[in-house]
Design a protein around this ligand. Structure first.
Ligand code: GLN
Ligand code: ZN
Length: 768
């Protein structure tokens, strides 16, 4: 019974790679220094795994930016616009690589970066491969072999990890029409065979192919591609041991296909889908090994050894221990490095710490499970089992987790709780009477530029250099300034600017019961960007109002309406580590009730327009279409629970960042927000078509300027975009606003752009 992992975090336990990359990009360190930082992290990761006793250590799980971009370079899928860089002898391969990741604006060249999108249902973003009809491939970068040799020099016979060819193609995007990317498999496979040849020649024994698409809905052509690829590999390399890794979903209807592939081992995500094991054991061919993904690679809770050992012993009885491998469910990329780094008091509660395992602790869990499944474990190992049992029991019974009042409240939600009093049409009349807004009302999405100054106050306050009162006064001044600015610009509905917030989820997590935080719990989001998700460990409720103070303060400064600003339950859930002892839907309902309390308190405080941001609704969609409906049901219900406690005259807004709405339009409509603002300008209002086709009845604010770049749009551009919107949506339903929050922009450009935006709205009003 061998232990292995699918991949390890690579940003460095103190985010060394982030820092090194950013220093390299700003010219502060050399490429050699950056390379050294990479080597040091790889070596440290290998050493950690070897010391803990992992048998098969992966290589090529490291990346300076993204593993999918690495794969594109390995197979030479380099979009044409980067070829001038490639041919330029003064541009190093490393700079060429970063140009693909981040764009290139130098020496009169202006080349856009590759597009980025979410890696399955995680918060990690990868760089989308770009394919054309005549796409060629060639063995371009030898990264995987280089890292294999590097490990070998350190005495490690590692397991190279590659994104499987089918998954690689399915992750990409067709940049020209008239072909199906999966047909490129015939051009692509020969390059994979060259890579494998190189690996075999250098002594590789095992090779891991990540094929998470094997756990998703596949059409016939895609299924055939799996057969074609793995049959061909087997034929070319009869001795190489191929491990095929699936994760984030169960194999379900693809079980037969997976079991028919000529591979040596199949990895299963038994955290996400434990049920698949039964059927697999019934059908498994005689020589295939199973890698049991029992330790959760997506969440931070300790493994329940008793439960895992039961599964392992069942598999031993069925196929024998020689054919079993033990592993985390997926790459550990999605969890933080090391729980032992959490030493600062008052951040991660000690009682909760004993329930948690980060990446390094998960390595240990895999090894302990191995030792405990073999005959006569050492007495220290048995002691570890006892400690584990005690931790699991303490979590099950902890008074920190369970709150009867919360449970009772969720259990007694009544069918009317998630419905507004009247239908939208009647609400609209009441709201118009109260709010008296002009046609095409103007507003913003919430945040205004968070300058270095604001961030400095916050960090000084956190470090205790300035006291709460001083901090509050500074924020008050900033808020007042932002109110005056908005009045001057002439916006119709104002916001308070969100200066008191560091992050739209953390800010609420810090004030809700049931949440805790970590000091170093960083997880890579993309490139050098990391996030530190809050940890939801217990029943959630709101001990006290969270935003009423700032919204009321802002409202007291002006005669115009100030919009209250909240984060919705699905987004809070989606961007946190969540508890695994109850369904996500249940946790979401609790958060919904907590935010509902805030909504009604805002209303009582005189805030009659309240925005509940839900940018993560779409990304929370399950990977299998068959599960969409159930998810959308509870996600929409949670939003409605949050928003339905107010009277008809109070106007509820929601904001969603860039999302494809087409296939979820009925659910978006069912959210029944009075106004929805969406990101639209980069797609030239295309996203609005879904709303038009659906005859979406409520109001919509399609973003008319792109806040992701410093560029100030012209007035006529914005007029054109509003007109485009008017072509498909009646004017009476339209709002005028930017794409998203202005937090990352500078004041200068923001002021100019918003003034032009207001003028654009006025120009069109005059034409009505
Ligand atoms: N209200 C938030 C802001 O303006 C919304 C951010 C988001 O949608 N991601 O910053
Ligand atoms: Zn947004």
């Amino acid at each position: 019974m061998q232990t292995h992992i699918l991949g390890y975090p690579r940003i460095g336990s103190k985010r060394e790679l982030k820092k090194a990359c950013e220093q390299y990009w700003s010219g502060k360190i050399s490429s050699e220094e950056l390379a050294e930082a990479g080597r040091a992290i790889r070596f440290q990761n290998w050493k950690t795994q070897a010391a803990i006793g992992i048998d098969l250590i992966p290589v090529n799980d490291f990346s300076f930016y993204d593993q999918v971009l690495d794969m594109s370079l390995m197979v030479g899928a380099i979009p044409e616009r980067y070829l001038p860089l490639l041919e330029n002898p003064n541009i190093s391969p490393l700079d060429h690589y970063f140009a693909m990741a981040r764009g290139y604006q130098k020496d009169g060249l202006d080349i856009t970066a590759m597009e980025m999108t979410k890696w399955f249902d995680t918060n990690y973003h990868y760089l989308v491969p770009e394919f054309t009809e005549k796409q060629g491939f060639n063995y371009h970068s030898t990264k995987v072999v280089d890292e294999f040799k590097e490990a070998k020099r350190k005495g490690i016979n590692a397991k190279p990890v590659l994104i499987g060819p089918v998954t690689y193609l399915l992750l990409g995007k067709e940049k020209t029409s008239g072909f199906d990317k999966i047909d490129l498999i015939h051009n692509l496979l020969p390059v994979y065979l060259e890579i494998l040849k190189d690996l075999e020649t250098n002594g590789a024994d095992w090779v891991q192919f990540d094929e998470p698409f094997l756990g998703l809905d596949l059409n016939n052509k895609e299924k055939e591609a799996f057969q074609f690829v793995y049959q061909s590999i087997r034929k070319a390399f009869p001795k190489l041991k191929i491990l095929l890794a699936t994760y984030f979903e169960g194999l379900n209807d693809n079980i037969k296909l997976a079991l028919s592939l000529p591979i040596c081992a199949l990895h299963l995500d038994l955290v996400r889908n434990p049920a698949q094991l039964e059927e697999i054991l019934l059908q498994i061919p005689e020589k295939l090994s199973l890698s049991l993904g029992l330790v959760d690679g997506r969440n931070i809770w300790k493994n329940d050894f008793n439960k895992s050992l039961e599964v392992i012993s069942k598999v031993i009885n069925s196929i024998g221990k020689e054919r079993i491998m033990l592993a985390p469910s997926c790459s550990l990329l999605h969890v933080p490095y090391d729980l032992e780094a959490e030493t600062q008091e008052g951040i991660l509660l000690p009682e909760i710490k004993q329930w948690i395992a980060f990446a390094k602790q998960k390595l240990k869990e895999v090894v302990l499970l191995q030792e405990l499944s073999l005959p006569n474990p050492h007495k220290d190992t048995l002691l570890e089992l006892e400690t584990n049992k005690a931790a699991i029991a303490s979590r099950e019974n902890s008074s920190l987790i369970h709150n009867e009042t919360v449970k009772l409240r969720v259990a007694s939600i009544s069918p009317s709780d998630d419905k507004r009093d009247s239908r939208y049409a009647s609400r609209k009349t009441l709201q118009q009477k109260l709010l008296k807004l002009p046609a095409l009302p103007t507003t913003t999405i919430g945040s205004f530029p968070q300058t270095g100054e604001v961030r400095k106050w916050r960090s000084q306050f956190r470090k205790g250099f300035i006291d709460a009162k001083t901090y509050e006064n500074l924020l008050k001044e900033a808020t007042e300034k932002v109110i005056r600015k908005q009045e001057e610009i002439g916006l119709d509905v104002l916001v308070h600017g969100e200066y008191e917030r560091n992050d739209m989820v953390e800010y609420f997590g810090e004030q809700l019961a049931g949440f805790t935080f970590s000091q170093f719990g960083w997880v890579q989001s993309y490139g050098s960007r990391c996030v530190k998700p809050p940890i939801i460990y217990g029943d959630v409720f709101r001990p006290a109002p969270m935003t009423v103070f700032w919204s009321s303060y802002a409202q007291s400064l002006t005669k115009k309406r100030v919009k209250g600003m909240l984060t919705g339950p699905v987004t809070i859930l989606q961007w946190s580590f969540v508890r695994n002892d109850q369904p996500r839907s249940q946790t979401c309902r609790q958060i919904a009730l907590a935010i509902r309390d805030e909504v009604t308190d805002l209303e009582s405080a005189g805030i009659k327009i309240i925005q509940i941001d839900e940018p993560a609704i779409r990304e929370g969609l399950p990977l299998r279409k068959s599960e969409w409906e159930a998810y959308l049901d509870w996600a929409v219900e949670a939003f409605r629970l949050t928003s339905s406690g107010v009277s008809d005259a109070t106007q509820i807004h929601t904001h969603m960042c860039y999302s494809e709405f087409n296939d979820i339009m009925p659910s978006i409509a069912a959210m029944d927000a009075d106004v929805i603002t969406i990101e639209c300008s980069r797609s030239q209002m295309e996203l609005l078509d879904a709303f038009a086709d659906f005859k979406y009845p409520n109001e919509i604010g399609p973003g008319i300027y792109d806040i992701h770049a410093p560029r100030v749009p012209t007035k006529s551009e914005m007029v054109q975009l509003i007109k485009k919107a008017q072509d498909v949506i009646p004017t009476a339903q339209l709002w005028v606003n930017p794409d998203c929050g202005l937090k990352t922009r500078q004041w200068d450009e923001t002021e100019k752009a918003l003034k032009l935006m207001v003028e654009a709205a006025k120009e069109l009003r005059a034409m009505e």
